[in-house]
Design a protein around this ligand. Structure first.
Ligand code: CP
Length: 313
């Protein structure tokens, strides 16, 4: 594997290998042996055309803990704000001799396009409404840590599915790892063509969160992405919370062993109540912590285990 652009790039064995290496990286993190020499001499550029807290900083920490040189370039403060094209920007950065680009962009497919222009490794750190594969890996890592395995487990993914790249990567990876998924959303935030998609990819669809919650091993609440909503009818915040929020009342419907996840940033009081976000079953901060270990693992497998020649072949 040269790039990580989609969760579909990962076979079952690839995903297990990345998660196993992440567990070893987590041990390093926990033992406070924070620097490994694996990427000494390698340079990784975090190229973020969209805002980020978790993904950008965890990729930066991950690269640095593997001894890579990590440079952050964001649209604000770069020549992108002067009108430089995506192609000119990435070709300029690549011409400096970097080994890898970690890229976030508001256009679906931008990292794939970039991977066809440059010779170095490209990791998709979130593209439009398309995919966010390292988020799905850290979600899987977090759920596996609590549930032992994802094989045969039931995961509900709830919320603003229309605008979510997290749901697309999770649907692919959870299926690869043997979990069963039910998508839950208000009708106006369910992607079009969902019935055919569900039939093809083998997941369930529901509009009734209360009916689904008692039967899950994990529930993943998604952020309501108001910044991507224009036109169409969307529920008011109150309608949304009443129908689809993980409220204090709904916590009683959730099995005791179940895991609550949220990729962040959370809209507290909208899709998830403070009671749910902060209770013992919530693993939101475990997800953040897993993000560093998983991204160390991804960078390690894409950069350290390939020779420079191999990585650019
Ligand atoms: N989950 C996630 O991608 O968060 P950031 O936007 O903060 O990176």
């Amino acid at each position: 594997m040269k790039h990580l652009l989609s969760a579909a790039d990962l076979t079952h064995d690839d995903a297990e290998m990345i998660l196993e290496t992440a567990a070893a990286m987590h041990d390093v993190q926990n033992r406070e042996v924070k620097k490994l020499p694996a990427l000494r001499g390698r340079t990784v550029v975090n190229l973020f055309f969209e805002d980020s807290t978790r993904t950008r900083s965890s990729f930066e920490i991950a690269g640095k803990w593997l001894s890579a040189d990590v440079i952050n370039v964001s649209a604000k403060g770069s020549s992108v704000s002067k009108g430089e094209s995506l192609r000119d920007t990435v070709m300029t950065v690549a011409a400096m001799g970097v080994d890898g680009l970690v890229m976030r962009h508001n256009r679906s497919g931008a990292p794939l396009q970039v991977s066809q222009w440059v010779d170095c490794m490209v990791v998709n750190a979130g593209d439009g409404t398309h995919e966010h594969p390292t988020q799905a890996l850290l979600d899987a890592y977090t759920m596996q840590a609590q549930l032992g395995t994802l094989e045969g487990k039931h995961v509900a993914i709830v919320g603003d599915l229309t605008h979510s790249r997290v749901v697309r990567s999770n649907l692919i990876l959870l299926k690869t790892l043997g979990a069963h998924v039910t998508l839950v959303a208000p009708p106006t935030l369910m992607p079009s063509g969902i019935a055919a998609w569900a039939a093809r990819d083998g997941f369930d669809v529901s509009y009734d969160l209360d009916a689904v919650l008692p039967h899950v091993d994990a529930v993943m609440m998604l952020r309501v992405q108001r910044e991507r909503m224009s036109g169409g009818y969307f529920p008011t915040p109150r309608e949304y919370t009443v129908g689809y929020g993980l409220t204090r009342g709904r916590l009683a419907l959730l099995p005791q062993h179940a895991v609550i996840c949220h990729p962040g940033p959370m809209n507290r009081g909208l899709e998830i109540s403070p009671d749910a976000a902060d209770e013992a079953r919530s693993k939101v901060l475990d997800q953040v912590s897993a993000g560093v270990a998983v991204r160390m693992s991804v960078l390690y497998h894409l950069l350290a285990s390939n020779s420079t020649e191999g990585a650019q072949a």
